[in-house]
Design a protein around this ligand. Structure first.
Ligand SMILES: [Zn+2]
Length: 202
């Protein structure tokens, strides 16, 4: 990818992600969240749910997503935070606008990202999915590095959880229609599938 206005650091490539060890991606910044629990017995991840998040809404780069997912958001920092204070939510991974990867929950545990949801008639998607947040909004195009990182993370997940394949990467909007809209129309599903090799490129 060229001309996207991002410098690729020499220490890592955006399209590479460290191997998984004990449920954690090596190289991701680790921020341990207690907002998780055990998956039901015998259930392993077979779905990836893509989300969009920004805190405060529409603002990027602050520390507030980490704080939301660790239960340390201070309502005095922004009026919106009073509305979501006390929510016990999380995701496995956040991919920030600059491509930084943050992991909150190991993949074998259940993160709390999907809420009331269903995939192909199967309810409670948290049980059998991995939640990946992209820092963004429904309307602002996501960054090239975020697509590359997302594809790289999914490739790593497939090594461990081969059921995650074509048709098994969906948006929050797809599993909770009418209730959730993220990652929104700004997210380019074709672009992701091309990066994953699941459809031919242009
Ligand atoms: Zn979501």
């Amino acid at each position: 990818m060229q001309g996207m206005g991002m410098e690729t650091p020499t220490t890592s490539r955006w399209d590479e992600v460290g191997a998984m060890r004990e449920g954690w991606l090596q190289g991701a910044r680790r921020v341990v969240s207690s907002h998780c629990d055990e998956r039901p017995a015998g259930v392993i991840p077979e779905l990836v749910v893509v989300h969009g998040i920004s805190l405060p809404p529409g603002e990027f780069g602050g520390p507030f997503v980490d704080r939301l997912f660790t239960g340390t958001l201070d309502p005095r920092d922004h009026p919106f935070f009073a509305q979501i204070q006390g929510l016990r939510v999380s995701a496995h991974v956040l991919i920030r606008r600059d491509g930084e990867l943050v992991q909150y929950v190991p993949f074998h545990r259940r993160a709390w990202h999907a809420g009331v949801s269903a995939f192909q008639g199967r309810e409670a998607c948290n049980d059998f999915s991995i939640g990946i947040e992209l820092e963004g909004t429904d309307e602002i195009p996501y960054e090239a590095v975020q697509y590359q990182r997302l594809a790289a993370v999914i490739r790593r997940l497939r090594e461990r959880y081969p059921a995650i394949g074509p048709g098994r990467v969906v948006g929050h909007c797809h599993i909770a229609p009418g209730r959730k809209t993220d990652p929104g129309p700004a997210f380019d599903w074709v672009r992701l599938e091309v990066l994953l090799g699941w459809r031919p490129g242009p």
